[in-house]
Design a protein around this ligand. Sequence first.
Ligand code: SF4
Length: 257
Amino acid sequence: MQPDPHLHLARKTSPGGSGLSTSAGRAAELNARFAHAGATEVLQAAFAEVPDIALVSSFGADSVVLLQLAARIKPDVPVLFVDTEMLFDETLQHQRRVAELLGLTNVHVIRAKNTSAQDPDGTLHKTDTNACCALRKTEPLQQALAGYGGWITGRKRHQSGTRARLNMFEIEVGSTRLKVNPLALWSAADTIRYMKSAQLPRHPLVAQGYPSIGCAPCTTPVTQGEDPRAGRWRQTEKEECGIHFVDGKMVRSGDKT
Ligand code: SF4
């Protein structure tokens, strides 16, 4: 079993609910209790706190790390994968390969129910990327998440300035849904080290210059020295896909997922 880079800092925890009456208080208590915990322990706590929690994954460049950590604890965790029908073929192949490799038994492929009305020829991304992301990503995910009490993401503090203070446990504003970020404290080096140690497969496009991978029309390779996310929505003002929403609305956070 591969070491969790932060596990050596883990504190003793007790399973079960926090007993706090408000969701915000519950998240705060969990953050205090798990401030120095490893990702595995955070995941265990998440599963204990919210039995109907789902894991949302893009099966992107390093998504396999969180998926592997979760699969070791709960291989039947519901994994929500949004297929925008604009993804690289390599992503779809990687998704199937990783799910099989890790023994994930409960992967849900989420697609927009009807794109033909708003995007009949699949070119909406050329004229309105926000509308396209809402149609193909945000709204289908939001609908899928409605059936769950919380969700787990792979977001990390180092990924952007807007994530620099990311907590491991959050509550969506205006909701009681718990959002858990077990890898929040992981550095890029932690991720690479873990993947090598565990011999986990990277997304095949990473080797072709794509350190951050979204939809095919909106993702380009990056050159040496560029921000790893520079290839997402290149030459546009767009900075995020809206997948992380607050109060049922897209968050203009500058995050690229
Ligand atoms: S990333 Fe591009 S193609 Fe994918 S949903 Fe957003 S705008 Fe559409």
